[in-house]
Design a protein around this ligand. Structure first.
Ligand code: ACO
Length: 448
């Protein structure tokens, strides 16, 4: 058996052998297939990259059919149980778990880079009183490039390492300040005596007390959520970081692009929709009726289904295991019972099992954030903070990969050609009415 694909071009009758490597063919090899010597080569049309590998990556492995997620080869279940977020961030970025000395030095470095320049605080204060925290985070992380102009030397290992430490250290500070801003509360400086997650909670919630000490169970639950969200291979925001990073811009600008992508409702917004759905269902008794509506295609069961996972999303299972612990430490939330009853019934129902629809990471995460008193507009910020470690790991991999080029897709041109410019006085046509443009038909879009 030869690892190649034989393609017959029925336009010309010619056959081509295209090598298969790692289960893929090179799109560039298809460029040799031409109708005539002066014609363009064959290209691949793949909006949304649904079946295009854009890179080689050794960071995160997903097997959606089996419900497997691994960071650098370690199963997510083991990392969530035995590790902590900063150790996982080290693993993603360096490729291996740290020794004790490496871990201590990493934690020390991250802890002592949590402060930001006072001018960052001043410009954040300039946002409108009700600015969305994600917009503030996007702008402020991008602005860090102006505070660290050396960051543009992306091939200098030491400079690069320093920016990565800074970025992981400062994201919770920026995220927490964006939250405090919309609440009209003073920004809280980092407390470097606290761990990464506890410090973030302190910057979110501290008022006049000497030290804000969050319940250990809640600190651990948030740390686990940070681990689960740290990376997820080539999703929309990671692709944005890689696409922008391929121009060799500094990492702050590339990560700002990742934050922008995550801001969109198709990427980071499903957990909010789950909470809205559960509130609408109102009681456990209404669950069967709601499910009938889903099966009659009146609406979707939010937090169920995934483009990649056609099995239980392993992250959803881990979050569910932490729910009881969280609710021991917080107020009772009746939404939990509705969510559990809904999941139990859906997982028992042929409609959902035959379509391989299982809970995804967003099914339970919003309920936990709500228990931690984190408002919905902060959900994507809480996603962006840990995902920064994945973004920078992927950004480093991109910069070290000799096969990578500046991202520059092709297009299928559908517009006019060969028109001659007409001076404005000579142009004819119906008199234009000045006003808002006509509404375009809504695009059919699907998330992932
Ligand atoms: N509820 C009910 N039916 C569903 C659901 C759902 N949540 N998801 C998919 N289906 C059905 C579809 O109607 C379709 O049925 P059909 O073949 O009889 O027409 C079948 O399952 C396949 O659905 P697709 O839309 O083709 O699946 P796709 O992979 O494109 O969609 C998606 C994945 C967008 C996540 C979808 O499952 C969904 O909308 N889920 C709810 C929203 C959600 O939870 N999003 C978060 C995803 S996780 C993340 O982004 C971090």
């Amino acid at each position: 058996m030869t690892d190649s694909l034989t393609v017959r071009d029925n336009r010309t009758g010619q056959e081509y052998d295209v090598p298969i490597t790692d289960g893929t063919i090179k799109a560039a090899d298809l460029g040799a297939i031409k109708e005539g010597d002066d014609q363009p080569g064959l290209a691949v049309y793949d909006p949304g990259f649904v079946n295009t590998a854009s890179c080689r990556s050794a960071v995160t492995f997903i097997d959606g059919e089996e419900g497997i997620l691994e960071y650098r080869g370690y199963p997510i279940e083991q990392l969530a149980e035995k590790s902590n977020f900063l150790e996982v961030a080290y693993l993603l970025i360096h490729g291996s778990l740290p020794t004790k000395a490496e871990y201590e030095s990493w934690v020390h470095e991250i802890t002592y880079h949590t402060f930001v320049h006072e001018n960052v605080k001043s410009f954040m204060e300039g946002f409108r009183y009700d600015a969305h925290p994600m917009g503030m985070l996007m702008a402020s992380v991008g602005a860090l490039s102006t505070f660290y102009p050396d960051a543009r030397h992306i091939d200098d290992d030491e400079i690069r390492r320093l920016q990565i430490v800074r970025m992981i250290a400062k994201m919770p500070t920026l995220g927490a300040w964006a939250f405090r801003h919309a609440q009209g509360k003073p920004y809280i400086y980092p407390d470097n005596e606290l761990g990464y997650t506890a410090n973030f909670l302190s910057m979110l919630f501290k008022m006049s007390e000497q030290r804000f000490e969050a319940d250990e169970r809640l600190v651990r639950a948030l740390d686990v959520l940070f681990i689960l969200h740290a990376d997820h291979e080539q999703n929309c925001s990671t692709n944005a970081v890689r696409g922008v990073g391929s121009s060799q811009v500094d990492p702050y600008s590339a990560v700002a692009a990742g934050v922008a992508a995550l801001y969109g409702p198709l990427h980071g917004g499903a957990n909010e929709a789950v909470l809205r759905m559960l509130r609408r269902i109102e009681t456990v008794e209404n669950v069967p009726g709601f499910l009938e509506g889903v099966k009659n295609r009146e609406e979707r069961l939010m937090g169920f289904g995934h483009r990649v996972y056609k099995n239980y999303d392993p992250r959803a299972r881990i979050i569910e295991q932490h729910m009881d612990e969280v609710f021991e430490a917080t107020e009772y939330n009746p939404l939990v019972e509705i969510a559990r009853e809904l999941a139990k019934r859906a997982l028992d129902d042929e409609y959902f099992t035959s379509r391989k629809l299982y809970p995804n990471v967003d099914y339970y995460s919003g309920i936990i954030y709500e228990a931690l008193q984190i408002p919905t507009e902060m959900f994507t910020v809480i996603f962006a903070i840990p995902r920064t470690s994945g973004w920078v790991a992927q950004w480093m991999e991109l910069n070290d990969d000799p096969e990578q080029k500046i991202a520059r897709p092709r297009q299928i041109y559908t517009g006019e050609r060969d028109r001659d410019f007409i001076p404005i006085e000579e142009r004819e046509g119906p008199e234009k009415i000045v006003g808002p443009p006509a509404r375009r038909p809504k695009r059919q879009r699907r998330g992932a």
